[in-house]
Every structure is written in structure tokens, then in C-alpha cells.
Ligand binder design. Structure first.
Ligand code: CAA
Length: 390
């Protein structure tokens, strides 16, 4: 049985600024190869002060809505761990910026980097029942202390997905393997802008969660890695996905030829994340976007495996089948242009931006205009965030 719903369109956005990790390695007196070879990262996306999770989400969603219109959208799920308000859902700002219909359920969802996956699966069930459409948006800024081990894995970006009962891109399978466990591997207390992480422990928990989720998925479906043409992983840094697939192959009892199998299954999904850094909720779907955009072989009719991981921790292994003709519905050229035309910052410029803080005194501020996408955070007034179309 296949859930008759899935991803109808998928669109990715990252900000217009980046930092080459070669410069960061020099500034921090760390071997550049640690970042490129050890972590598998080359560049990180940097959010300017007038962009946040809302503007990135709106920028990711806009090309989809420009194409299909807003009238059929009855549900907006906004998954993020970079929320902008403790009460008002970030999705409400998005609802306004995108001009979504008044008859539209809107909610923000949080479970670290996992929330986009529960959003996608709930949206699929709801649109399958109603025949209407849902917008699922994942958007995050990954931010660690300057000079910390997590710093080179920082990044930013958003992925928007239109979910419909007759998807043009990916039909979701109903089965999933799920594992939840209360652990402290990565978190961000309400009073902090930067995440706190027990780095090495977090990588071990990621892999242990994958093992449990995969075991369940394999038992429920009878599938082996050979049944999955490609695998997309949550990507905190690209080598984590490589390690994850290696673990999955070991778990499936595959002892020979693992490097070539990893290359074939995972490599094509990593290119965008290597250039943007961690995008938390968006990173799994950024990987899928990259795979769809850049796979040399057409993936029509092929089954793809997915592992979604959110620290804290919840993991889910699931799968879906690529819909024949999917290439006609991608935004490949837009994604390529976004990544290739960013303004490259110096370390000093990156640190200056990093150290700018959001005013909290309730006075009126308007923010300097940086290069942004189609929307920006123009200022704050009386504790209200003010957004505008550019
Ligand atoms: N040349 C080549 N490789 C080198 C090297 C060099 N000169 N120097 C070091 N390396 C390699 C190391 O051998 C290591 O590789 P292996 O893992 O394959 O052994 C790799 O580079 C990293 O080196 P370290 O382990 O010494 O790095 P570190 O301890 O300074 O930091 C980290 C690594 C813990 C992942 C850190 O980047 C971090 O804390 N990141 C944030 C947390 C994170 O991303 N966790 C991932 C799982 S949790 C999750 O997925 C949720 C989420 O999104 C955050």
C-alpha cells in the first residue's frame, strides 16, 4: 500500500552571503583538511541581520506559489528550531508575506532537526483525506559559539515542499521505523542564541538512533539497502551522512565494497549542504533537492530511503518513490544560481554580522539593507518584527 500523497514541488533557498572555510581554518589556526576532509564541508551560508527563518522560508516557498497559486493551500506547517517568537507561530508571518488563504491551518512544529519530517508525514495524511494541498516549510540558522568545534558546521537555509494527493515528485511509502529517546546531545535553552552541543556524543546518538530506526523499517518492509536506489540523511556535516550509510550497510550485514556502495547511494545528495553548512530541519530535504537536481541518472520510479534525525532525540527511517517525469517540476537552475552567486565574506565581516544582536528594549529600529531574497526583516517596533517584500 502506498500513501497516495507526497511531495508535489520542492524548492530550496539559502542566503546571499557565505564564508569560505579556508578563511575560517586560517583564522582559527586549524588544518583546512579537518573541515574539508574530516567534516566534509567547504563553505558555510551566513544570514545577514535582515534575514531570519521567516524570510528564508518565504523565499523558499515563493517559486512554488508563483507557479501553482495559493488558492488550494489549506494547511501550513512551519518546522524550525530558529523560532522568532515564543507564542506566535513563525508560520503566521509567512502566511501574511505569502498571501495564503484565510481558510488555512497554520502551526509551527519543533523537535530539533526532525520536525520537518513529522510535518511532511502529517501533511500527507491530511491532504490524502481532503484532496487539498499543504505547504510544509523547513527553515533554520545553525549557530554555535565562535571558535567552538561546531563553528565550521554552521549554515542556513530553507526548503519548502508542496504536499498533494497526486504528487509530481515523490510518493511517500506508509512504512517507517521510529526511535525516540530522552537524551542531551544538542539543545538551545531559551536564553541562548547559540546551540549547546556534546559534539562527539551527538554523533554516537545519531548513529545509534539510525540503527534502531533502520531495524524497524527493515523488519516492517522486508527491504534491504539494495532496494533503495539512493539514501538521503539528515546532514549536520556531509561526512555524518557518509558515516550513517556505512553504519546502515554494516547493520544490514554488508561487509564488502562499502566505500563504493556509499558513493553510489549518498554522494549525489551532499553537494548543496557542503556549500551551505547545516540547515537543521531543512538539511535532509536540502539533500533530497540536491539529489533530484544533480543526479546524473534519471531517478524515475526509483525508491529513495530517508533518515531524519532530531537531537534530543527522535529518528525516523522512511522511504518514497520518485514519480516519473519529476525533472519537469524542479527548480534546479534557481538553486544553482543561488549557491553560485553569493557574496563571499571575510572572517571579520562574518564575525561582525555574527555579533550583531536583535534589540530587545522595545524601541523602534530599522535594519540596514543587505543582499536578501524576496523578503527581509526591515526592523522592530514595540517588540513587533516588521517584514517587507523587497
Ligand atoms: N585532516 C583530515 N581529517 C582531519 C584532520 C586533518 N588535518 N583533523 C581532524 N580530522 C578529522 C578527524 O579525524 C575526524 O574524523 P572522524 O570523525 O572520521 O574521526 C573529523 O576530522 C573531525 O575531527 P574531530 O572529531 O577532532 O572534530 P571536533 O571534535 O573538533 O568536532 C564535531 C567535530 C563534534 C562533529 C563538531 O563539529 C560539532 O560539535 N558539531 C556540531 C554537532 C553536530 O553536528 N553533531 C552531529 C550529530 S547531532 C545532529 O545531527 C543534530 C544537528 O544537526 C546538530
Amino acid at each position: 500500500m502506498t500513501i497516495p500523497a507526497g511531495i508535489d514541488r520542492i524548492s530550496f533557498y539559502t542566503t546571499r552571503y557565505s564564508l569560505d572555510l579556508k578563511l575560517l581554518a586560517e583564522a582559527r589556526d586549524v588544518a583546512y583538511e579537518k573541515f574539508t576532509v574530516g567534516l566534509g564541508q567547504a563553505v558555510m551560508g551566513v544570514p545577514p541581520p535582515d534575514e531570519d527563518s521567516v524570510t528564508m522560508a518565504a523565499a523558499a516557498a515563493k517559486p512554488i506559489l508563483d507557479e501553482v497559486g495559493v488558492d488550494a493551500i489549506e494547511l501550513l506547517f512551519f518546522a524550525t528550531e530558529s523560532g522568532v517568537d515564543q507564542s506566535k507561530a513563525a508560520g503566521m508571518f509567512l502566511h501574511g508575506l505569502l498571501g495564503l488563504p484565510a481558510r488555512c491551518r497554520v502551526v509551527e512544529l519543533k523537535q530539533a532537526c526532525y520536525a520537518g519530517t513529522i510535518a511532511l508525514r502529517m501533511a500527507a495524511l491530511m491532504v490524502a483525506a481532503s484532496g487539498r494541498k499543504a505547504l510544509v516549510v523547513t527553515s533554520d540558522i545553525a549557530r554555535y559559539d565562535l571558535g567552538s568545534p561546531g563553528e565550521p558546521t554552521q549554515g542556513c537555509g530553507a526548503v519548502a515542499m508542496l504536499v498533494s494527493a497526486e504528487p509530481a515528485i515523490l510518493a511517500l511509502d506508509p512504512e517507517a521505523g521510529i526511535h525516540a529517546e530522552d537524551v542531551m546531545d544538542f539543545w538551545r535553552p531559551n536564553y541562548r542564541e547559540e546551540a549547546v552541543v556534546d559534539g562527539k556524543y551527538s554523533t554516537r546518538i545519531y548513529l545509534a538512533t539510525l540503527r534502531q530506526a533502520w531495524r524497524q523499517y527493515a523488519a516492517r518492509t522486508g527491504r534491504t539497502p539494495a532496494d533503495l536506489a539512493r539514501c538521503c540523511y539528515h546532514i549536520p556535516f556531509t561526512n555524518m551522512a557518509v558515516k550513517a550509510h556505512d553504519r546502515l550497510l554494516k547493520e544490514a550485514g554488508i561487509t564488502e565494497g562499502r566505500p563504493a556502495l556509499i558513493e553510489a547511494a549518498v554522494r549525489e545528495s551532499l553537494g548543496y549542504n557542503r556549500q551551505t553548512g547545516n540547515t537543521y530541519t531543512a538539511s535532509l530535504y536540502e539533500g533530497l533537492t540536491c539529489l533530484l537536481d544533480t543526479a546524473t541518472e534519471a531517478l524515475d520510479g526509483q525508491r529513495i530511503g530517508f533518515f531524519s534525525y532530531g537531537s534530543g532525540a527522535v529518528g525516523e527511517f522512511f522511504s518514497g518513490t520518485v514519480v516519473p517525469g519529476y525533472r519537469d517540476h524542479l527548480f534546479t537552475e534557481k538553486h544553482r544560481e543561488l549557491i553560485e552567486t553569493r557574496t563571499r565574506l571575510t572572517v571579520q565581516e562574518y564575525e561582525d554580522i555574527f555579533n550583531l544582536c536583535m534589540p530587545t528594549d522595545g524601541w523602534e529600529y530599522s535594519f540596514s539593507q543587505y543582499r536578501t531574497g524576496p523578503f527581509r526583516l526591515s526592523g522592530v517596533n514595540a517588540h513587533r518584527r516588521l517584514y517587507e517584500a523587497v
